[in-house]
Design a protein around this ligand. Structure first.
Ligand SMILES: [Zn+2]
Length: 210
C-alpha cells in the first residue's frame, strides 16, 4: 500500500521536547506526543512504508546559536550575508545527550543529519541555507519514493522547510498535523497558510492507519 511512500520524522530529539526539558523545547512535545509519533510510524512501517528521520546536528560554534554572537540573545534575528538568521539557544550539539533521537532504535531506516556546517543553518531536511544537499533527495529517489508523509518538530520551522523543499522537488507531500508541534501560534498560522498554498495536504494519523 505504501511502496512508493516514505515517512519523514523531523528532528524528534531530546533538545526539542518538553518531555526531556530540552534546551529548545517545543510546546506540546510531551510523552504522549512522542509515543503517538512512534506508534504511528511503527504502524506505517508494518504496512510497507519506509521510515526516515532527520536530526539537527550542530557544531558547538554553530551560526544559529545566540552564544556565537556576542551581545545577542536567543530569539533575536540578525542579518548575515543578505539573509535573516534567527538565533536560538544552543541545541542539538553533535554527540551531545540533547541531540539524541527519541524514536525507538530500529524504527528509522536512516537518519539524515543536517546543520553540521558551522556557517549555515538547515531547517530543511533536504538542503542547508548554503544550498548544499543533505542526501535525503537522492536516498528517496534511489528507493523510488514519490510521496512523503511528514511529521515531527517544529511545525513552523523544520517541518515547514522540509515540506516546502519536498514540494519543489516534485514529491506529493502530506503532513500528519497532530504529530507536529509548533514553536509559536503566529508562525504556525503563517506556516499553515504557506504550506497549503504550496500544495501540501494535511491528514490525521487515524485516517492513515485504517
Ligand atoms: Zn538547529
Amino acid at each position: 500500500m505504501f511502496s512508493t511512500t516514505a515517512a519523514i520524522i523531523v528532528d524528534l530529539q531530546k533538545d526539542f521536547t518538553t518531555l526531556m526539558n530540552g534546551a529548545l523545547a517545543v510546546p506540546g512535545s510531551d510523552e504522549h506526543f512522542i509515543q503517538q509519533t512512534a506508534e504511528c510510524a511503527a504502524a506505517l512501517k508494518a504496512q510497507g512504508c519506509r521510515i526516515y528521520g532527520t536530526l539537527d546536528w550542530h557544531p558547538a560554534d554553530h551560526i544559529s546559536f545566540c552564544t556565537s554572537h556576542p551581545g545577542k540573545k536567543a530569539f533575536d534575528s540578525i542579518e548575515i550575508d543578505g539573509h535573516t538568521q534567527k538565533l536560538w539557544p544552543p541545541h542539538c550539539v553533535q554527540e551531545s545527550d540533547g541531540a539524541a533521537s527519541l524514536l525507538p532504535p530500529d524504527l528509522c531506516e536512516t537518519f539524515i543529519k543536517k546543520g553540521s556546517n558551522p556557517r549555515f543553518d538547515s531547517y530543511s531536511g533536504f538542503f542547508d541555507d548554503g544550498g548544499v544537499a543533505t542526501g535525503l533527495d537522492d536516498l528517496l529517489k534511489q528507493n523510488h519514493i514519490d510521496a512523503l508523509l511528514i511529521c515531527g518538530l517544529a511545525f513552523d520551522y523544520c517541518v515547514k522547510a522540509t515540506a516546502l523543499d519536498a514540494i519543489r522537488l516534485g514529491y506529493t507531500v502530506i503532513i500528519i498535523k497532530e504529530l507536529t508541534a509548533a514553536v509559536a501560534p503566529d508562525s504556525a498560522e503563517q506556516a499553515q497558510q504557506e504550506l497549503a498554498a504550496a500544495g501540501v495536504c494535511f491528514i490525521s494519523a487515524e485516517s492513515l492507519l485504517f
